[in-house]
Design a protein around this ligand. Structure first.
Ligand SMILES: *Cc1c(COP(=O)(O)O)cnc(C)c1O
Length: 355
């Protein structure tokens, strides 16, 4: 049976990306050696790093003056690296979910944190829109896609201060105006690669402004200066990311990724809204194209475990919702084919017919 991976992360990758990575782990470019065992200082691996950074810049149309970094530690390490490097006195945060809250918690270790707005009281079912960003903040931090709650900010905000974004779960799903951001980061395991590498896009001129000493590995300038080769980088996840970047380019770039994301989301939200058994959890205008959250209408609540079993038996993998939302979450990252969403929609229709 064909399986469709709707898991939120680590998550679906294109088959050819996984095959090319697996092959490189056995015999890297015909060297007779594995990618895992060669030095990251070889010209062969340096070429992988160079191409990954160059393609990253090309696909997102990143302007001059920005660096692309690949480091370890996950997006969670960025929650502290960002304030360590950028927070002198005060930072502003938009609280749109668990990940935003975790980022705020770390920032509080370094200075004053202003929560400009929060949708916590509504279990993060929407993205606040009316708020003021303090003009004297060192930066303003947002989470563009709230993986757990299924809300997404799909436009590039105008911010009077340096804009910092956690784009872990929606990077490469649409064109972005990078010039509006000072720093963009994310764990790769949602929409780019396997777990183990974090991507960072940083505007070089925002660095070096804080007065505190910064440990070498935490200092973004170390990684900018050394081209992400200060220490041994996560070579296999970077190679895997490069395969995904090549795949995105071959498919038509981020515009095509966006077209597909909209097509998938319209199909699935359309069914959620039509089907008598289900309803969406996020407010329609903030619905995520990446993580589509839905629950059972109250009168069908008892059928939740039944539907999970029903859909799982038909090849839908990873659709159980996060415990803080309940119900179901169908993550539809770049590599999810429309056939996967069609199959899930068919499950929902068939289940409805049974009840
Ligand atoms: C998954 C996720 C994280 C955490 O990423 P790690 O790489 O596991 O630290 C942070 N932010 C968002 C939006 C996420 O989806």
């Amino acid at each position: 049976m064909k399986k469709y991976n709707f898991g939120a992360g680590p998550s679906i990758l294109p088959q050819e990306v996984m095959k090319a990575t697996a092959e490189a782990c056995v015999d890297f470019q015909g060297m007779g050696l594995s990618l895992m065992e060669i030095s990251h200082r070889t010209k062969e691996f340096q070429a992988v790093m160079d191409e990954a950074q160059a393609l990253f810049k090309e696909l997102l149309d990143i302007p001059e003056g920005y660096s692309v970094l690949f480091v370890g530690g996950g997006a969670s390490l960025e929650f502290c690296m960002v304030p360590y490097n950028l927070l002198e006195k005060k930072a502003a945060y938009l609280n749109t979910g668990v990940w935003a809250k975790k980022a705020m918690k770390e920032a509080k270790l370094f200075g004053e944190v202003v929560e400009v707005a929060s949708s916590a009281d509504a279990n993060y079912t929407f993205i606040p829109k009316d708020y003021e960003i303090p003009a004297d903040a060192d930066y303003f931090h947002i989470t563009t896609n709230n993986t757990i709650y299924g809300t997404e900010l799909r436009k590039d905000l105008d911010s009077p201060v340096t804009l910092v974004a956690d784009m872990s779960s929606d990077i490469f799903s649409r064109p972005i105006d990078v010039s509006k951001y000072g720093l963009i980061y994310g764990g790769a395991q949602k929409n780019l690669s396997m777990a183990g590498v974090t991507f960072i896009i940083v505007k070089d001129e925002i660095l070096g402004k804080v007065s505190r000493p910064i440990p070498t590995m935490i200092d973004y300038r170390t990684h900018v200066d050394k081209g992400s080769m200060f220490n041994t980088p996560p070579v296999v996840p970077i190679f895997c990311a490069l395969q995904t970047l090549k795949w995105i380019k071959a498919q038509g770039g981020v515009k095509e990724m966006e077209r597909r994301a909209i097509e998938r989301a319209e199909l699935l939200y359309g069914e959620i809204d039509r089907n008598k058994i289900f309803r969406g959890t996020a407010v329609p205008e903030d619905r995520s194209l990446m993580n589509i959250c839905f629950v059972m209408n109250d009168e069908y609540k008892d059928l939740e475990a039944d539907f999970l079993k029903f859909a799982t038996e038909r090849g839908m993998s990873g659709i159980k919702g996060h415990r803080s939302v309940g119900g179901f979450r169908a993550s539809c990252y770049n590599a999810m084919p429309i056939e996967g969403v069609q199959a899930l929609v068919q499950c929902m229709k068939d289940f409805e017919a049974l009840h």
